[in-house]
Unconditional design. Sequence first.
Length: 240
Amino acid sequence: MPVTRRRVLPLSLAVLLLMSGCAFRESPASSAPEPAVLTFQASALALNRVPVDPPAPLPAAAAVEPYAILASKAIGADVIELRTDGSPADTVTAFLRRGDRLHEIGAAGYLPLIDPGMLEIQEVHAFSRTLIKISGFCGANCPVTYYVDPAPETPVLFLRIDAHGVEADADDDGTVDVIGTAGTQAECTLYTLEDNTLGAASLNRLFGAVSVRYDEAGRFFWAERPDGSVRIRMADHPIS
């Protein structure tokens, strides 16, 4: 039977669609390239370190204790207690109890801004020693971290930072240091112990970045720089 003019158009269109079948397939989404990995010269940290408050013995708390204990945790022979004094600000203060002695560590938060269960107390290893770490909050989006050395007869506040603390060998020298991070546009600081002196170096300034965060799993820093995002690792040779 002859093909009529009316049938030619649908038939031709069907052939074109078969020949260009990919025209209706969704193109695979192009994956964004991973940020470059740069290597930072760890020795440059020494040129940018500034001293921080040296370790100091924890002060003894007053014999009269008008405090309500909100939470406590035993670590070795010591007990870390979180207490409130019932003041209008409802300050939550961390203490270390050793036998019949009580030592004040510092403010760790405020009620009802935080629940005491949010405050983390744990034993960690940093600066070639075992420390007690108390992670708290001085306000909204304002972390505070205490590192207490329980080894001396009078426990020592080894380091206090207004930041979230992470223990890591960031500069790959075999010693575990502390990385402090705070803020929405993250300010990242590396705390190291050199010649028995604590010092701090701003990684934002060293990396030329507006925001720096540490990736614990990958052991590198995410840095947001004016020219884009990069991943930075530390080693003893210049940036590649």
